[in-house]
Design a protein around this ligand. Sequence first.
Ligand code: S3P
Length: 169
Amino acid sequence: MIILLGYMGSGKSAVGKHLAASLALPFLDFDDYIEEKEGMSITEIFKSKGEIYFRKAEHIHLKELLAHKPEVVLSLGGGTPCYSGNIELILAASKHVFYLNTSIPVLTGRLIKEKSHRPVIAHLNEADLTEFIGKHLFERNAFYRKAHHSILVKDKSIAEIASEIKQLL
Ligand code: S3P
């Protein structure tokens, strides 16, 4: 199992799909997995049950999924490694855990256009988003940096990032 983690908008799903195709492995998006298990969208879960419920559900589904050790490329949610001891579970389940390390300006530029389906940031305007991401990334980096490899995203293409990961397998 190859696991990709990183902040919202770092390209986990795009890179994961590309990498999976080039390795002839199935791709699994953990947000989609949670939505299927819970029978509703992440936005609906946050709205009707709240973030604490979401984090509990995220932890339970992660534990169950990792226990099966599926042969997939798995892209996690941005917060998944940062709660409930999840990062330890992740590192114990795979020797191939990659952090897609992206800068604050790149993340802000991407997320301002794609924030509506992300309840953690959906309410923020562009100026507040930059400040929020700066602080949030600082906190979350403590978890992300535990990944076996940190891949600098910068201005690389999806294919370039995927091939960099492939060379590290
Ligand atoms: C979250 C990131 C989202 C999703 C949820 C919470 C976060 O996943 O799990 O909205 O706390 O960073 P993506 O990173 O795939 O957007």
